[in-house]
Ligand binder design. Structure first.
Ligand code: 5GP
Ligand code: MN
Length: 336
């Protein structure tokens, strides 16, 4: 175990640090990682951000992005850095399976492991934990870690602020999910004061679709949306051929599920996409409905109550069928 005092002492001298985050990093995963990176390099640490996989173009602009080492692109180098690290920060995930084969490398490393995360049910692989499921984003916890635990608000530079703003903005659905409290807005105000250019960040994230992506979205909404009024549920299903037809890249499918969720009365939205080796599903729900429970129980996944994901090795049709067969058990919750 590491106490905050010991961690602060460790950070008082230059260390070999690795920062990692979950498979297919989203805005919060990458924003937290690069926010912490931009903080730690000011203290003279040797810091390497290593996500397990690549991430979409619309995220590839944050300060420090050029220094990121993607595990799948340079696995040997990444393995060496993980083995030699003195400190490994695990951000926005809490189960080693979320970082694929990197998980065993992290487990085997002699480094102290620091988990900063806001997902339910953390696994026990860390030495120090800053974990709070009420946080709207891991980036909020990084801000709290730097400002309140390390007492280092002066080092929230424009670069740090830009990354943390991106994490909070994306994970809070642009400041609209229930965990976007007044405290979050105060943090966001601090980040803008520190140099995060809010309007520009929104533009970079949300107004940077390719023409293909927009046409793909149109296709999903006109042709692929299925509404099940008796269950207050909406489903969008996409096959591998359709991904090819619209030349869909990593991340282009992100957010499609939210459109299904935006229908009045819909309490549960599901997005199914056929990948090369599996079917991936994304669930979103409103209020008390536990989307993560469905993912965990039936689809080898998990997540938050209102945003969760999972996968299946069955066919696309069988996976959708399985999902539909689960709905009657949740009917009471869905229609209240
Ligand atoms: P998305 O639908 O955007 O891929 O994921 C939404 C949330 O669900 C993520 O923030 C993550 O917390 C969780 N999630 C997605 N896929 C998985 C998975 O395969 N396993 C677990 N444990 N959580 C997942
Ligand atoms: Mn997050």
């Amino acid at each position: 175990m590491l106490t905050l005092v010991l961690l602060t002492e460790l950070l008082a001298q230059p260390r070999r640090v690795v920062i990692t985050t979950h498979h297919k990093p989203d805005g919060d995963a990458l924003g937290s990682s690069l926010g912490l990176y931009n903080y730690l390099i000011q203290l003279g640490h040797h810091v390497q951000v290593i996500p397990p996989t690549d991430y979409p173009e619309f995220l590839a602009w944050m300060p420090g992005n050029e220094e990121v080492l993607i595990y799948t692109e340079q696995p040997e180098k990444a393995a060496e850095l993980i083995a030699a690290a003195e400190l490994i920060f695990c951000l926005d995930f809490n189960a080693l399976s979320r970082i694929n084969e990197m998980g065993e490398l992290v487990r085997a490393s002699g480094a102290y492991k620091v988990m900063i995360d806001h997902h339910l049910e953390p696994e026990d692989f860390d030495d120090y934990r800053h974990w709070n499921i009420n946080a709207c984003a891991t980036a909020q916890l990084i801000y709290d870690f730097i400002v309140n635990q390390l007492n280092d608000k002066d080092r929230i530079t424009a670069d740090v602020a830009t990354c943390l703003y991106t994490g909070i903005m994306t994970d809070s659905g642009s400041f609209r999910f229930p965990q976007t409290t007044s405290a979050v807005h105060r943090i966001v105000a601090d980040l803008i004061d520190a140099g995060a250019v809010n309007w520009r960040i929104h533009e970079l994230i949300y107004s940077s679709s390719s023409e293909n992506r927009l046409r793909f979205l149109g296709h999903c909404l006109s042709n692929k949306l299925e509404v099940l009024p008796e269950y207050h549920t909406a489903i969008i299903t996409v096959s591998r051929e359709e991904l090819k037809q619209f030349d869909i890249a990593t991340g282009d499918t992100e957010g499609v599920v939210n459109y299904a969720m935006s229908i009045t009365g819909v309490k549960l939205a599901a997005f199914f996409v056929e990948r090369t080796d599996k079917v991936k599903l994304s669930l979103r729900s409103k209020a008390e409905f536990p989307a993560n429970e469905i993912c965990k129980k039936y689809f080898n996944g998990g997540g938050h109550r209102n945003a969760a994901g999972g996968q299946s090795t069955e066919s696309l049709e069988a996976t959708v069928q399985q999902f539909k067969s689960i709905l009657p058990a949740y009917k009471t919750l869905l229609i209240q």
